[in-house]
Design a protein around this ligand. Sequence first.
Ligand code: ATP
Length: 544
Amino acid sequence: MLFNEFSEICENIEETSGRLDSIDIIAGVLPGLSVEELPVFVRFLMGRIFPDYSPEKIGIGPNLVYEAVAYVVGRNRDAVIKKINSGGDAGRAIENLLAKKEQTSFFSESLDLLEVFRDFHYISGVLGNSSQKEKLKVLKRLFSNANPKEARYISRLILGELRIGVGEGNIRDAIAKAFSVSSNAVEHAYQASNDLGNVAVLAGKGEVALWKVKVELFRPVKMMLAKQGTIADMIAENGHIAAEYKYDGTRFQFHKKGNECRIYSRKLEDVTNAIPDVAEMLINASEHDIILDGEVIAVDGERPLPFQYVLRRFRRKHDIASHVESIKLVPNIFDIISIDNETLIDEPFSKRREILEESIESYVAPQIVSDDIDYIESFYKKALEDGHEGIMVKSLTAHYTPGVRGKEWIKIKPAVDTIDLAVIGAEWGEGKRAKMFGSFLLACQDETGTLLPVSKVATGISDEMLSVLYSLLKDSVILEAKNTVSFEPELVFEVGYAEIQKSPTYKAGYALRFPRFIRLRDDKRIDEIETISSIEERFKNQSS
Ligand code: ATP
């Protein structure tokens, strides 16, 4: 497939408003692609370059893209940045810049989809001192050979903002339709393999191949997620339910084969090296080859410490040993995903729990099973007294559904209104904070992933956190003006607020009243932030 064809398809989808039409477009293309092209096409359409489980990252910031574009169109970088800034859509701006240059260029070659992928793959592997120079060289070549529309999509892919509104759901339905296989089989294969690219290839082989997909060691699956709800509703729906403490720490997925092990974060990043003590505890906890799900907390004796302590440990790249000494971490295991190469995600929770208790000697999170609301409520009170966040109540019949926020897991915790938003800009601080960012501009997202500013936050951030934030954000600055900066969106803040108001000030049309910083959510990806429709819902609920 030529990259131009891919760009045409993206444009077509971008201009199509109906979900079913988009699915038809995609389903019409899939059967004609080769086994090599299929996974790349599918991932690219979702705005991703590598499989979700893969640690591979392209590692190119916007500045390098702008520099390459500036070179190709023969303008200076500031002029390119100005142009991009004036429209707000980097892809379109780059397309327009290249459209002007096109009249003068004679030697460009047609780009192929796989060739573009190979260039991305090559770039992701370039390391060392002169890596930026080498990456820039490849980018210059790509943009020299790209026509304007291709440049729109190449730049958006690199910057992680394809935003043509194609999500996992559309791709799943398109795969089922294209290869006449059931959505359930596609769903199973996707949950177990965590990559729709390969699922598309398997779907071409038929239904049976999809059902055979297993969860594999060292290929992390997405974490199962929880909804809000009540104990009473859960009992009414399920009868007996399981309840466990809700630990306020960091989610982990542990994979072990023999003496080898890896620990993955909620974002599926490999964090084994940051928490060698936890790795050691878990590797000794079982004889089996195993995949486990749990939450790591920091403790002072028996008592859990606030979440920020865990974060300090997970953030460490150097001097890990002294932090192992000073902040004690403990894992709490609450689920099992695979044992001795047998995938357990389609087993009911009660069965998985039995296997978990039989195969792990320590660190299994205590659980009660009951249909008595008073008993579960007293368990909840005890959880709060013991310093935990609340409880999780779970259906005993539920499968393990990676990446799904369903009604099988319900979180019960004291009501606080908090919201997860992306950090997209900042103002410099004042006085002793002059060399750090002082207040932050935050955004929610619309259904296509476009970020919409919704609030600023300056309250509730300690000096220690301000300096952590400065070190995390200083290299993400893409634009600077007077005393404000804009960031490549990478960080997520959890923010508390008193009320949501309608507001003409922010593009979202809403603003937070009395926003205050609660915590950095660097276990969450940008695409997991609050959507504008759920902010609207919060607004309506509070008015009623
Ligand atoms: P998300 O559901 O997106 O993770 P969140 O991170 O804000 O949202 P909550 O929604 O408050 O967290 O609760 C779900 C999280 O609670 C899980 O992702 C997990 O990290 C944590 N957790 C703590 N204890 C348990 C438990 N016993 N079972 C499942 N999850 C638990």
